[in-house]
Ligand binder design. Structure first.
Ligand code: TNX
Length: 548
């Protein structure tokens, strides 16, 4: 069960051809090569049994391995935007995993052996957005895509199939293997999102960046930030400064809260874009607006004097939907946020406006839709917006009401699937969970994975834009707690949104998930070690390599 890599290495590129020949002759005669000879045993590799998540569309394994080592180089398309960046990103991640310094687009050195090519190509296989192919032989890895986004997704696959350990006990230098074969891949849904509530508890730029790192590894392409709620306003609005001065000053439980300056937010947007992730900003209204109304009481429509709120009860606040100032305010907020949000969407919230009269609510959503469109964005709102007369370019996020989601479908709107019973990562895993709520359900790791968003509650597949897993933060305030609720469930949602249902099954997924442990440990992710999963710490243990 072995394959052997035997290659002759050149030691010095500058020696003359004559000298080289001489050395070669001497080497042959003495049978004692001065040059490095790669003769390495490694356990047999099989691309089709690799632990990729999300599972690719098609995997064709061939027997063999590509040796990733200090002689490997990365070469990318240089005239197409974004491909060089994918090469640099991949080199950085290879360095983190292996310690190797893989050169990107450097001149060919005599030492160079295996090459990872990242190229732009057109083909039928690469027709879909974000599609890519990976063709791996013993000599080269070819990552092809029509777009830099596709190449970036393929780079994540490549990261996942680099062996966890090297052969360091057997050879003079370290070699990691990548199994040979071909992968043809592309996403089932165009919108693959996670939502983070930074309003109930504030999370720092560094925390959000770490979350982005993890989401990118599993091919997410959207991070929705819930930037305002009753308990806090978390983004600087220069024309309404008290929003953050007052509204950002606290959070659930009475801690200090916090907010992103516009520069912080731009930094996040840029960081996400580098990971081919779009940030969807949400300002939740007309309900969930207590923090805004405390900052500017003129906005308030619930008839009470607003006070800073540190509890978790919902549904008591509303904007005054019949006041012009409210719409002037919203125009400023949407203008300032869209100016620093290059993505196509603006999320207006719209959920649980229990103290807004129904007519006022509908009037409000229709007016705000126009404001969002005026600023060049498409509106997203929680499923309640399906009650309003809005257009088919707007999207409803199905979290609770099939009736409202159906009404949105009738208008030709797209739906983002976030049913609380299945996708709410703030739901506890079980009765013993340290954090989380359970008003919608307990969601153990299997329940999170074993359902079919393509067929959920009769929403037609043609209307489904994708899936999003929300993480509300009433019960969590640190990155460790965030990770406990999000991982491993977020990994499963990535597969539900990328991989078509024919290719998904719990038994297979369970094993692949178990094998995420080395990555999660390396990233210092405090995931919930669900007892349903037989977590593997390392794929090739030191002992196994020695045996072979
Ligand atoms: C419902 S989901 C909410 C949030 C809460 C969440 C807690 C939705 C649109 N509204 O305000 O944080 O439940 O699970």
């Amino acid at each position: 069960m072995h394959f052997t890599i035997k290659r002759l290495k050149m030691i010095n590129s500058r020696i003359s051809v004559g000298l080289l020949l001489g050395i070669a002759l001497l080497t042959t005669i003495s049978c004692q090569p001065e040059k490095k000879k790669r003769s390495l045993n490694f356990p047999k590799t099989d691309l089709s049994s690799e632990n990729m998540i999300p599972k690719p569309l098609k995997v064709i394994a061939t027997e063999g391995g590509f040796a990733l080592d200090r002689y490997t180089a990365i070469r990318t398309a240089t005239t197409e935007t974004g491909f060089v960046d994918v090469g640099i990103f991949l080199a950085e991640k290879i360095n983190l995993k292996t310690g190797l310094d893989v050169p990107v687009n450097k001149g060919v050195s005599a030492d160079e052996e295996g090459v990872i090519y990242i190229d732009r190509a057109d083909s039928l296989e690469l027709n879909a957005p974000e599609a890519y192919t990976l063709t791996i032989t013993a000599d080269s890895v070819l990552l092809s895509s029509n777009t830099a986004a596709g190449a970036f997704r393929g780079a994540q696959t490549l990261r996942q199939i680099i062996s966890e350990t090297s052969n360091d006990t057997l050879a003079a230098y370290k070699v990691w293997t990548i199994p040979t074969g071909k992968i043809i891949d592309g996403p089932n849904f165009e919108y693959r999102g996670a939502m983070l509530d930074v309003a109930r508890h504030f999370f720092s730029v560094a925390d959000v960046k770490k979350y982005i790192d993890l989401l990118a590894y599993y091919k997410y392409n959207v991070l929705h930030l819930h930037l305002s709620d009753d308990q806090g306003w978390r983004i600087e609005i220069k024309s309404w400064p008290k929003l953050t001065e007052i509204g950002g000053s606290t959070e659930v439980g009475g801690e200090a809260g916090g907010f992103y300056t516009q520069n912080d937010f731009k930094d996040l947007v840029t960081y996400a874009a580098k990971h081919h992730i779009t940030i969807v900003p949400e300002i939740d209204m007309p309900g969930h607006t207590n923090a805004a109304s405390v900052s500017y009481p003129i906005l308030n429509g619930n008839g009470k004097t607003p006070q800073l709120y540190e509890g978790t009860h919902v549904g008591f606040s509303t904007f005054d939907t019949r006041k012009d100032t409210v719409y002037a305010f919203i125009d400023d907020v949407v203008r300032e946020i869209t100016a620093i949000s290059p993505g196509p969407y603006f999320h207006i919230g719209g959920d649980e406006s229990h103290v807004t009269k129904k007519n006022d609510y509908i009037y409000f959503v229709e007016k705000v839709e126009k404001i969002v469109q005026k600023h060049g964005k498409k509106m997203i709102g929680w499923d309640e917006i399906g009650q309003a007369d809005i257009d088919s370019t707007s999207t409803a996020q199905f979290w609770n009401s099939k009736e409202y989601a159906d009404r949105a479908v009738k208008k030709g709107m797209k739906i983002i699937m976030s049913p609380a019973k299945k996708t709410y990562m703030d739901m506890q895993y079980d009765t013993l969970s340290k954090y989380g709520l359970h008003w919608a359900a307990y969601i153990p790791v299997d329940t999170a994975y074993v359902w079919t968003p393509e067929e959920y509650e009769g929403i037609p597949m043609a209307n489904i834009l994708g899936i999003e897993a929300p993480l509300w933060s009433e019960t969590i305030s640190t990155i460790d707690e965030l990770e406990y609720l999000a991982f491993p469930r977020a990994i499963g949602y990535s597969e539900l949104s990328w991989t078509p249902k024919e290719n998904r099954d719990w038994e297979g997924y369970k094993v692949r998930l178990a094998n995420q442990a080395p990555f999660l440990d390396r990233m210092d992710v405090k995931y919930y070690p669900s007892p349903l999963i037989d977590w593997k710490k390392s794929k090739y243990s030191y002992e196994e390599i020695k045996k072979d």
